[in-house]
Design a protein around this ligand. Structure first.
Ligand SMILES: [Zn+2]
Length: 212
């Protein structure tokens, strides 16, 4: 069985109410949902856009990851870790590969190395003070060049658990830049001890934050 984009859309339309909208579902009642469910209104569901618009940086010449390879907190010959601009979570870093490829185009050797890097990064994040969990996310809908986010959830903040945690990031005030930078230095040194490569963030340096 297959479901074409139009069939998928028409199937959704068959479930909308008199106002043309789907109703809020169980997710809105989760304690991790950042908004109170009363009076919540689901957006009108858009029809499919096919073919989809091109993602940012499909051509290497237009790719911000390729053009900023010197920026980051750690790198070796094939991979780099950079620090995202401070948000509501104590630290968020981005793992990228030097080669201009999408996540699904990584060769088996690079995929294996990336897997090891991600596990060690997550472990290092979970060893940071007052960080309860490392979250690892890959969406890939914005930029073409492979990038995986690793972030740390602040200890004790149970509303930030799970998939809805990202909705809180822009609501919460950003953590101090020096906190994220200090954590980033710990991560970079930890990666250097385990995988070699070089630490790119100075002791008192202000890292170039990566932007979404
Ligand atoms: Zn690139």
């Amino acid at each position: 069985m297959e479901l074409t984009p139009t069939q998928y859309y028409e199937r959704v339309l068959a479930h909308v109410g008199p106002d043309g909208r789907l109703g809020p579902q169980e997710t809105a009642a989760w304690t991790t949902f950042p908004y109170e469910p009363e009076n919540l209104r689901v957006r009108v569901f858009d029809p499919p856009v096919v073919p989809e618009p091109e993602r940012r940086g499909v051509a290497a010449a237009d790719c911000s990851t390729c053009s900023s390879w010197d920026r980051g907190i750690w790198r070796n010959e094939r991979f780099r870790v950079s620090l995202m601009d401070p948000s509501g979570v104590p630290v968020e870093v981005l793992l990228t590969i030097r080669e201009h490829v999408d996540f699904t185009e990584l060769g088996d050797g690079d995929a294996a190395e990336q897997g090891q890097l991600l596990v060690h990064l997550a472990r290092l994040v979970e060893h940071l003070p007052y960080v309860a969990r490392a979250h690892v996310d890959r969406w890939g809908d914005g930029s073409y060049h492979s990038h995986v986010f690793v972030s740390g959830r602040p200890e004790g903040q149970l509303q930030l658990r799970g998939t809805l945690g990202v909705l809180w990031w822009d609501i919460l005030p950003a953590v101090p830049a020096e906190l994220a930078a200090g954590y980033a230095r710990t991560l970079a040194r930890g990666l250097c001890e385990r995988f070699g490569g070089e630490v790119l963030i100075e002791d008192d340096g202000d890292p170039d934050g990566a932007h979404r």
